[in-house]
Design a protein around this ligand. Structure first.
Ligand SMILES: *[C@@H]1O[C@H](CO)[C@@H](O)[C@H](O)[C@H]1NC(C)=O
Ligand SMILES: *[C@@H]1O[C@H](CO)[C@@H](O)[C@H](O)[C@H]1NC(C)=O
Ligand SMILES: *[C@@H]1O[C@H](CO)[C@@H](O)[C@H](O)[C@H]1NC(C)=O
Ligand SMILES: *[C@@H]1O[C@H](CO)[C@@H](O)[C@H](O)[C@H]1NC(C)=O
Length: 339
């Protein structure tokens, strides 16, 4: 497979898995924040193993109760999800923005590009997540730049045609923490870096965040140390979502006041409320092996399927509602809030 990593890597090479997970379902469920609720308040796009459910008990053996995964690595039955992007036309109606295959990846049924990254020194060991582990990055109700770690991990890339302007790691280049203000000829990539330090005890926490933390100083990539409270280095997870905004680039359809027209399913018109949810579900020690063997894209220790095969793994929607076509309101009637 032709692949140049999106990162400028210099030797020594350390682990960086990068793979595609096709859309499993786009549904108004939120197994972490609103377990058991169908509908949950806002719409998500969810990818990964097909044991996805409105409630995901931490004791579930996801590799045993899944029969397929929409991710390219077939031992990965984790679930990954984000909010959904909508275009708001001048007449006030909404149209769902599709996702498309990311740069260098085989054509997939949209979805999320997932990374598991180790520090770039090639020496620092990371401990793979345990069964039942879950976490969230970002906050759907944010509407301002909080200047904290979460905020620094969340950004948008305004792509030129055919992925021009793809140089530099997410969060660098001209990436913004808010939605690009101008039409992006090649679509918009949303980037979500998760925390990289774990308390070593709790698989989850009430806010789904406080059991994990960011490095005390320096960056994860450069080997920055974890705080004493969260001493265990875990792989850095990154979600990239390639939003195909190309059909919505006509300035005549953008708001007359010059503002940008995109809004998340959370009612977020700023982009600051972008967020990602993670439920670990790799089989056995597959993820640990891949990290220990400094796996990149081709990882002999892992089994891989084509995206055509991954596309076939889908689950039924729990909530029957129209999410396509021109909608008079966001799913669930979610109001647009600027705060
Ligand atoms: C989802 O959960 C419901 C209720 O607990 C259960 O009946 C159903 O079998 C589950 N579905 C899957 C795919 O695990
Ligand atoms: C609203 O605007 C969109 C985009 O221009 C158009 O396709 C749609 O038909 C319009 N809907 C109504 C009800 O006018
Ligand atoms: C993008 O790709 C298309 C199809 O290969 C090509 O016609 C077009 O010139 C390319 N545009 C740029 C800016 O490279
Ligand atoms: C973090 O701080 C320690 C001690 O203050 C220092 O030795 C180390 O170089 C710093 N690491 C980074 C990556 O900045």
């Amino acid at each position: 497979m032709k692949l140049i990593t999106a990162f400028a890597l210099s030797a020594p090479v350390s682990a960086m898995l990068r793979f595609s997970c096709s859309t499993l379902v786009t549904d108004r469920i939120d197994p972490l924040v609103n377990p058991g609720e169908a509908p949950s308040p806002h719409l998500h796009q969810l990818v990964g193993g097909n044991a996805l459910n409105t409630t995901m008990d931490p004791s579930n053996e996801l590799p045993d109760i899944s029969t397929c995964t929409s991710c390219q690595f077939t031992e990965d039955f984790s679930n990954y999800w984000t909010a959904v992007l909508f275009f708001r036309a001048r007449n006030g109606t909404f149209k769902r923005v599709p996702t498309f295959a990311n740069e260098y990846l085989e054509p997939a049924n949209g979805g999320i590009t997932v990374y598991y990254i180790a520090p770039y020194d090639g020496k620092t060991k990371v401990k793979a997540f345990q069964k039942g582990f879950r976490m969230i990055v970002g906050d759907p109700i944010r509407r301002t730049d909080m200047q904290d770690h979460d905020a620094r991990g969340l950004s948008f890339r305004c792509w030129g045609e055919n992925f021009t302007n793809s140089v530099g790691a997410p969060g660098t280049n001209q990436d913004t923490r808010y939605f690009p203000k101008q039409p992006c000829k090649g679509g918009i990539r949303a980037n979500h870096f998760f925390p990289t330090c774990w308390d070593g005890k709790n698989l989850d926490s009430p806010d789904h965040k406080s059991h994990v933390a960011y490095p005390k100083n320096g960056s994860f990539e450069s080997g920055g140390p974890c705080p004493e409270s969260h001493p265990i280095k875990i792989p850095q997870i990154l979600y990239e979502v390639a939003w195909d905004t190309r059909q919505f680039n006509d300035p005549n359809e953008w708001p007359e006041d010059g503002s940008q027209p995109f809004v998340f399913s959370t009612g977020d018109h700023t982009g600051y409320g972008t967020h990602g949810d993670y439920v670990f579900g790799w089989k056995g020690d597959a993820l640990q092996r891949a990290m220990d063997q400094n796996c990149q894209v081709n990882c002999p220790t892992l089994k891989m399927q084509s995206t055509q095969s991954a596309n076939k793994c889908t689950v039924e929607k729990k909530v029957e509602e129209n999410i396509d076509g021109w909608l008079t309101e966001l799913p669930g009637g979610m109001p647009i809030t600027y705060l």
